[in-house]
Design a protein around this ligand. Sequence first.
Ligand code: ZN
Length: 91
Amino acid sequence: MEKPDGGWSLHGPRCAAADAKDPTPCQGPSTAVTVVDGTGREVTGCRWHSARLLASDGGARLHPMAGLLPCAVDIYCHAGDLPPFAWQVGR
Ligand SMILES: [Zn+2]
């Protein structure tokens, strides 16, 4: 898969928030925001995959420092529009 702007590839490295079964590429910087998952593990990822992680892991939340980011509300809104494990239903 080509890397249009050197930022991503379907088969190349993606951010840490991307689920192994989620085929979607990262959108934006791969270290945009940190999510704390249900086990307390901190995962830093792009906005796209962080929202998908929030939608899929019932215990996940944005790291408290993410509240300082203008995009935090956008990520929560995006997560709210997604079903859990969106990639399983082709989203
Ligand atoms: Zn990503």
